[in-house]
Design a protein around this ligand. Structure first.
Ligand code: NAP
Length: 488
């Protein structure tokens, strides 16, 4: 693959490439440019040069291009689905679902054309007004993760471009090809040269340069909390606005009056969707003592039947790379050392030859872990779940809130008074009551605490890409009076 800068597909200036392995087989899938800071500077210059024209293009004309990109993606969607299976190790049904999500994002954001409004505020005196306009920031740097490599790209490109910003996108080094595929569709749809630029390369090598560049006005990043913290420290150089969608550690709460069958199914989704590699993944189960045994029987029955392996026919596929498998092994070793019990899984599965070098891990359930353990406090980001019994409502809400992350949370109960009381008291950006996720385009995806800053989706999310500018006007025709300077 190649970078895309100022309307040209090109190699990095040093001609070097990095390899990308296919998660389900461990085999080399292809190579992508190891871009340098000179490539990064060229991409930022291209985005900056094209900003004036793009921001002055009407929102209607911009939306036409977005919708055209959506139509092209739709007409070739099987290619994207295949790529998601190969590059990210998605199981087929989830690759299809993510592709639909990409289209939903693009069509949703293109629908904001001619709907962005500002305010007119009265001035300090009669016949004075303050016009508050919403204007694009300028050059947006979009840094995307590998876990939803298409949906996260769409969720950043669509609102940034719809609002008249220009973009430099640097995708995860684990999923560069999906990003390239999507950029090619925007190019086919007629996105003008320089408005959308793609560069690949390691965040650890070019990230600091990109985020702190003086021509970058907004950095939107979905990824780990550690990367988010580094970005905040580096954007002190250019004061770029940051939209940071970071880690999660969702509590999954099952109260004694819950529909247990529904709750167990939802937990299967919450925990094993995308092999647990999701920021909204259920990572800690709190179940009421009165129903613990019954609930676990239903849930474990489902876990033991889950098919893991070949992404084409399984319910759960591989993790993204070998280091993710090592992380899972690390959690299991520590849990064992601490005397917690491995109720299911805990190791890599034995699969047929074709997948024997893939990065698979068994669905793993850990009992006996304490609230202060890594299992209950660190983001696992894989198919592993800690189980804990609770008895009191206050205790449940307290335990759920006791996390440095604050993105998604789940509650199953048939007591609506309790559900709404929990909604008041839960300190998370999202609470799903008696339902699964994922978040909707028209919802505002955001988190408390170390989950980040700002958010994506809805009119609030599109507002993150617009800056408020104030125009003061006096149309009274009165003589200017200068306060505090007698005689002038
Ligand atoms: P990551 O390692 O933090 O990487 C995210 C992106 O940032 C990648 O493009 C990465 O490039 C880049 N990057 C790395 N170091 C950088 C630096 N110093 N400066 C600028 N950019 C840099 O995260 P990930 O492993 O891809 O994604 C998993 C994480 O994302 C999890 O913590 C998950 O919870 C979170 N996530 C959050 C949400 C949400 O909506 N809150 C959604 C999905 C995922 P390289 O790949 O080249 O390093």
């Amino acid at each position: 693959m190649k970078n895309y800068i100022a309307g040209q597909w090109k190699e990095s200036e040093n001609g070097k490439y990095s390899g990308k392995l296919e998660p389900s087989t461990g085999k080399l899938m292809g190579q992508f440019p190891s871009s340098t800071i000179n490539d990064a500077a060229e991409a930022i210059d291209a985005a900056d040069d094209s900003f004036k024209k793009w921001s002055e293009t009407t929102s209607h004309d911009r939306a036409i291009i977005l919708r055209k990109a959506g139509e092209i993606i739709e007409s070739k969607r099987k290619e994207l689905e295949d790529l998601l299976v190969r590059e990210a190790g998605k199981v087929r049904a989830q690759a299809v679902e993510e592709t639909s999500g990409v289209l939903d994002q693009i069509y949703y954001y293109s629908g904001f054309e001619r709907k962005i409004t500002g305010d007119v505020v009265e001035g300090q005196k009669n016949r004075q007004k303050i016009f508050q306009y919403k204007v694009p920031y300028g050059v947006v740097l979009a840094l995307t993760p590998w876990n939803f490599p298409a949906a996260m790209v769409a969720r950043k490109l669509a609102p940034a471009l719809a609002t008249g910003n220009t973009v430099v996108m640097k995708p995860s080094s684990d999923t560069p090809f999906t990003a390239e595929w999507l950029v090619r569709r925007f190019v086919e749809a007629g996105i003008p040269d320089g408005v959308l630029n793609l560069i690949t390369g390691k965040g650890s090598e070019i990230g600091d340069f990109l985020v702190s560049h003086r021509k970058v006005s907004l950095v939107t990043m979905t990824g780990s909390t550690e990367t988010g913290q580094r970005i905040i420290s580096k954007t002190s150089a250019n004061m770029a606005k940051t939209i940071l969608e970071l880690g999660g550690k969702a509590p999954f709460m099952v109260w004694k009056d819950a529909n247990l069958e529904n709750a167990a199914k939802a937990l299967m989704w919450g925990k094993f969707w995308n092999a647990g590699q999701s920021c909204i993944a259920a990572e800690r189960l709190y179940v009421h003592r009165d129903v613990r045994e019954k609930f676990m029987k239903i849930f474990m029955g489902m876990v033991s039947k889950m098919r893991v392996g070949d992404p084409e026919i399984s319910q759960m596929g591989p993790l993204i790379n070998s280091s993710a498998v090592s992380t899972m092994n690390g959690f299991v070793s520590k849990a064992t050392e601490q005397g917690f019990s491995i109720l299911h899984g805990g190791t890599t599965p034995h699969l047929e030859d074709r997948f024997s070098e893939g990065f698979f891990f068994e669905p793993t359930i850990i009992g006996g872990a304490t609230q202060d353990s890594d299992i209950f406090q660190e983001e696992i980001f894989g198919p592993m779940l800690g189980v804990m019994e609770v008895q009191e409502k206050d205790e449940l809400i307290h335990m759920a809130n006791d996390s440095r992350f604050g993105l998604a949370s789940y509650l199953f109960t048939s007591d609506m008074d309790f559900a709404l009381d929990a909604a008041d008291r839960i300190r998370f950006g999202e609470l799903y009551i008696n339902m699964t996720g994922p978040e909707a385009s028209q919802g505002y995806h955001t988190g408390f605490r170390m989950t980040g800053q700002a958010g994506e989706g809805s009119n609030h999310g599109i507002g993150e890409y617009l800056k408020l500018k104030n125009i003061y006007v006096d149309y009274s025709g009165d003589r200017i009076t200068v306060n505090g300077m007698p005689g002038i």
